[in-house]
Write a protein that binds this ligand. Structure first.
Ligand SMILES: Nc1ncnc2c1ncn2[C@@H]1O[C@H](COP(=O)(O)OP(=O)(O)OP(=O)(O)O)[C@@H](O)[C@H]1O
Ligand SMILES: [Mg+2]
Length: 381
């Protein structure tokens, strides 16, 4: 085989955008998608339909690939460990992925490594949540599911013992492990992406601000408008984590910048991530290309910015149900905006795509990206 075959478990928009990075290299990307209408399955040339929770499906898929990587972290850890034991090359390894699969485990391990994390404790009763809140700044306190959360699902800000009881009941119904976490007085949220090869060589992207709305990332601003000392510290944390967990490919580290400039680790993802979509046009090498380079153990590409200001706005389904596919020509009338649609039908609160704009001035760039995103969902400001 002259060109390697990379397998990606999961057929969402991340796999869809990884295809775009694989094509110029002539790398064969195979995707294991759950459904034929998953974002990547709609556009990919080499798609297998199967479940990431089915060992047989994973085994069959992996045996046709030189290296297996991931569009999400939902495959059960024990199945991934089994595949690795059978000799399949998984990048990142199941051991590295575990950090992204279990927030409580991640918090505990990062704390033990001396990394700054918010105060937290596993909770199973209202009394435990009350005691935690009392000792850690009072209400509201944050409650989180250790596993399975995304886009703010699995995260609750609770303001009273009664609200904590409701979350505990919901957790018990879903069989969830829950933990409580101190509410951080946020100045802003940022993310650091890092790409790493199996031998440890890595490249770090400039720090990007992630603006959240209802627990979901709404907007990225690069570079993050923060003190260079804070930015250097954030990048250093990402490097320490990537070495500690021995990750390969892209890793995203979500960080809290608390008032006063204190940096805390929120969570990591061991794959391309929503906080790196601006890198497609905004950096010399996109996160998707560097993910492929990293998992193939090829030289990593430059992370330098392509413009003084880069803004990415997520296209999120609105109440009117406007369909970005229908509104695309109107959005494209705005000069210089790069539109990415994920092939999904519109639903309120669903991430349907993103828009990136580049330029000299962050305010002007944001205005253009915002306007295009609003037009796409049929709700121009
Ligand atoms: N301890 C905290 N203090 C203040 N805000 C918090 C805290 N924990 C979470 N949040 C807010 O909730 C958002 C979502 O939390 P978190 O990143 O844990 O959830 P998620 O659903 O896994 O995220 P993602 O959107 O990255 O999938 C954070 O980005 C932040 O805005
Ligand atoms: Mg998050």
């Amino acid at each position: 085989m002259v060109t390697p075959r990379v397998g990606m478990v999961g057929g969402g928009q991340l796999a869809r955008m990884t295809y775009q990075a694989a094509i110029p290299f002539g790398v064969t990307l195979r995707v294991l998608a759950e459904r034929a209408d998953d974002g990547a399955a709609l556009v990919g040339g080499d798609v297998e339909i199967g479940s990431h929770t089915d060992l047989e499906a994973l085994r069959r898929f992996a045996s046709g690939c030189d290296v297996v990587t991931f569009d999400h972290e939902l495959a059960p850890p024990e199945l991934l460990t089994q595949l690795e034991a059978e000799g399949h090359v998984l990048r990142p390894s199941p051991a590295a992925m575990r950090f992204a699969q279990d927030k409580l485990w991640q918090r505990d391990r990062f704390g033990a490594l001396g990394l700054p994390v918010p105060a937290h404790a596993r909770v199973a009763t209202v009394e435990e949540v009350e005691a935690f809140a009392r000792a850690n700044g009072g209400w509201p306190t944050v409650m989180k599911a250790a596993r399975g959360g995304y886009d703010g699902r699995g995260v609750w800000a609770v303001r009273s013992p009664e609200e904590a009881a409701a979350v505990l009941a919901e957790g018990a119904r879903g069989g969830l492990t829950l933990f409580a976490e101190a509410t951080v007085d946020l100045e802003r949220e940022v993310a650091v992406l890092i790409a790493r090869r199996p031998g440890g060589q890595s490249v770090v992207y400039p720090v990007v601000e992630t603006v959240q709305e209802n627990g979901m990332c709404r907007e990225l601003v690069a570079p993050a408008p923060i003190d260079p000392v804070v930015a250097a510290h954030a990048r250093n944390i990402a490097e320490r984590i990537s070495d500690a967990i021995d990750v390969t490919g892209i890793m995203a580290v979500e960080l809290f910048v608390a008032r006063g400039g204190v940096v805390l680790v929120n969570e990591i993802a061991t794959r391309p991530h929503n906080s790196g979509h601006h890198t497609i046009e905004g950096c010399v090498t996109s996160q998707f290309e560097n993910h492929l380079r990293g998992v193939l153990d090829w030289p990593l590409g430059s992370t330098a910015a392509m413009a003084p200001a880069v803004v990415t706005v997520n296209v999120v389904g609105g109440p009117s149900g406007g369909d970005p596919r229908a509104n695309l020509p109107a959005a494209l009338a705005i000069p210089g905006v790069h539109v990415h649609l994920y092939g999904k039908g519109p639903r309120p609160g669903r991430k349907l795509g993103h828009v990136t704009a580049l330029g000299a001035d962050a305010g002007e760039v944001r205005e253009r990206a915002d306007r295009a995103a609003a037009i796409l969902v049929g709700e121009p400001a």
